[in-house]
Design a protein around this ligand. Sequence first.
Ligand code: DC
Length: 203
Amino acid sequence: MIFTVAIDGPAAAGKGTLSRAVADRFGLAHLDTGLLYRAVGARGGDPVAAARDLTPQDLLRDDLRTLEAGQAASRAAAIPEVRAALVDFQRRFARAEGGAVLDGRDIGTVICPEAEVKLYVTASPEVRAHRRWLEVGGDEARVLAEVLERDARDMGRADAPLKPAPDAVLIDTSALTVDAALAAALSVVAARLQDGSDRSESP
Ligand code: DC
């Protein structure tokens, strides 16, 4: 079975939690594509060379989740040659036999426009900053400023900017519990899987 779930949205909207849970529930492989850009930013030096030479070990660094790594990733991700170097790996992962969930910014728009399910997961900047602050601590106003800065860069870049695909299902998690957001995501994926199996069974 080839079946891709594309989950896009801004930083700290809840994509990671939803993606892992959807992958677990339906037995799909999962790729957090933000980690690729974080690993490129964390390598330092020339980001294009880093993207071209990226190895699985780079994704295992324990400093990829910090605010600084997020900012470095967002800056590296605005460079078209960096994005180009990472496209093939993501496309192969998305269309590999067995099915896959990929979360990021451009999965439904650029990496896999043919994805069977596209979700756009979002929340207000204040809610996202509060959630991120609960994880990282420090000054909440600074966390909000980082979120807004990263949104502006990710949505404003010329190459593959963050935006919902026209056929994406929008899930705004601002006022949803994790369980409610997950129920919404699971029901979209389950309906699409059912749809596919009905079609393959019909004479
Ligand atoms: O999802 P994240 O916060 O780990 O992503 C870090 C940065 O990487 C994000 O600010 C923009 C970039 N990114 C991207 O441009 N395209 C993706 N598919 C995933 C992440």
